[in-house]
Design a protein around this ligand. Structure first.
Ligand SMILES: CCCCC/C=C\C/C=C\C/C=C\C/C=C\CCCC(=O)SCCNC(=O)CCNC(=O)[C@H](O)C(C)(C)COP(=O)(O)OP(=O)(O)OC[C@H]1O[C@@H](n2cnc3c(N)ncnc32)[C@H](O)[C@@H]1OP(=O)(O)O
Length: 415
């Protein structure tokens, strides 16, 4: 549309916009009212001149709108295209996902089948071993010495441990018989081809439970003991004469001290003390319910050299600094070992003083050795030294001195 002037009123009415038309209409009315024609033309000219810029801006707006429309149409096309691509990708991913879950299902089934088969195989092997053991037990009179020769030591060992398990006859003498046989087996390798003695002692020797009338001995090996702990245990235990649980007939330089209060029997005047102390009492330094979680230890006493050695493995509950044993737990063990030592030397005592120097932190789970030696006895006072070292003795972890003061039974009861 242009802003040019029309030559006739009729043509203007047909071609021009409504605003222009109303202007013409008005001028026509004025003409009928006999007004001056020049002034009418001038007015119309003015009106048309005013309309021109308006039309221009309208044209610009129109052009802009057309451009915008084009852009929107282009964007719409692009979006439609990307929707098609997305849908395609989605379909491909769905196919892949279903394929993956299918193969996962297959793998799981295979794994479950394999596990079930292995379980079956283990069960059948276990049954075979059990049947063979039962057959041997039925044939052999285990109380006779010839049986040992007949069966060989390996089978003899198995019979004893099997009996221990079945009858829960885990008296100290039974356990000692197992240990003794094990020791012979170790010194005569020809007798135990393919026989994993160390593993068996962990798994087959079951000790009485907490409801057993006999107090359980926590100083015997259990499945949480590390190979190092076992190695050291075997080292000292092999130097103990363990024929019988009667203290008087102990002949070796070392005595393995049991955990419960029968320990008092080993103390000076111990028979009397053990009668006073309650039979079910025990020192707190054991985790009865979870092996390996806290204090795992065994104490050996050397009567001749007047010293004690304790093998100690600290469990995760004893953590102090990250990954290392809590100083209080170390102090507890030092007190326990030196206290036991002092009780053996001087009878009933209590700790009066404990001085500890922590030299090197003890890594959690490692095996350390606590060596307790007598410094001197002076009247009621027993002075003990203690050194905590790494299993190979190369590192000193802790050093301590302890003073124990002898007390009377009435002092103990009145504490
Ligand atoms: C929980 C009890 C356990 C009892 C054990 C019983 C049976 C054992 C069973 C199995 C054994 C197996 C293992 C043992 C394992 C661990 C043992 C753990 C032991 C403990 O975990 S146990 C708990 C902590 N323990 C206390 O709960 C003690 C509280 N305490 C007192 O009961 C009194 O305090 C006492 C008796 C110490 C003294 O009292 P008192 O009146 O009899 O004698 P008095 O004060 O005259 O001291 C006499 C001479 O010792 C000197 N002396 C005293 N204290 C000293 C010090 N701190 N530093 C340097 N020197 C000291 C004096 O200077 C004087 O020396 P001097 O003669 O040259 O002048």
């Amino acid at each position: 549309m242009t802003a040019s002037m029309p030559h006739a009123a009729g043509a203007a009415a047909a071609e021009d916009p409504p605003i222009l038309q109303s202007g013409l209409h008005r001028s026509r009315t004025v003409t009928h009212g006999h007004a001056e024609p020049e002034s009418e033309v001038a007015t119309m000219k003015k009106t048309v001149m005013g309309i021109g810029p308006m039309l221009q801006s309208l044209n610009v707006m129109n052009e802009e709108l057309r451009k915008r429309k084009d852009n929107l149409l282009r964007d719409k096309l692009v979006l439609e295209e990307s929707i098609v691509t997305c849908n395609k990708e989605k379909d491909e991913d769905t196919t892949k996902l279903s394929e993956a879950s299918e193969s996962l299902k297959k793998l799981k089934t295979e794994h479950d089948d394999g596990k079930a088969n292995a379980q079956k195989e283990i069960e059948s092997l276990k049954q075979q071993i059990l049947d063979r053991d039962k057959a041997i037990c039925a044939l052999v009179d285990t109380t006779k010495a010839e049986a040992r020769k007949l069966c060989g030591l390996v089978i003899w060992y198995r019979i004893i441990t099997h009996k221990c398990r079945k009858t829960r006859d885990c008296s100290l003498s039974s356990v000692l018989r197992v240990e003794q046989t094990l020791r012979i087996l170790k010194t005569r390798p020809s007798l135990h081809t393919g026989f994993q003695a160390d593993k068996l002692i962990h798994t087959t020797v079951r000790l009485p439970g907490i409801f057993s009338p006999r107090p359980r001995d926590f100083s015997l090996p259990n499945s949480s003991w590390s190979p190092k702990m076992m190695e050291l245990y075997d080292h000292y235990n092999s130097q103990c004469d363990l024929e019988t649980e009667d203290i008087e007939s102990q002949k070796g330089p070392w005595i393995r001290l049991p955990s419960y209060n029968r320990i008092l029997k080993y103390a000076k005047g111990g028979v009397y003390l053990s009668k006073i102390m309650q039979s079910k009492a025990r020192l707190f330094t054991r985790n009865v319910y979870q092996v390996g979680a806290s204090f795992e230890y065994v104490i050996f006493l050397n009567k001749e050299e007047k010293k004690c050695v304790c093998l100690f493995q600290a469990g995760h509950l004893l953590e102090g600094p990250p990954g290392h044993v809590h100083g209080g737990a170390i102090a507890t063990m030092i007190d326990t070992v030196t206290g036991t030592h002092a009780t053996f030397l001087s009878g009933l005592v209590v700790t009066a003083n404990l001085n500890i120097n922590y030299r090197n932190a003890i890594p959690l789970g490692s095996t350390v050795i606590l060596e307790s030696t007598l410094d001197h006895i002076e009247g009621r006072k027993t002075h003990i030294n203690c050194k905590v070292t790494s299993a190979d003795g190369s590192k000193v972890h802790t050093e301590a001195t302890a003073l124990f003061v002898s007390i009377s039974v009435s002092h103990l009861m009145g504490m």
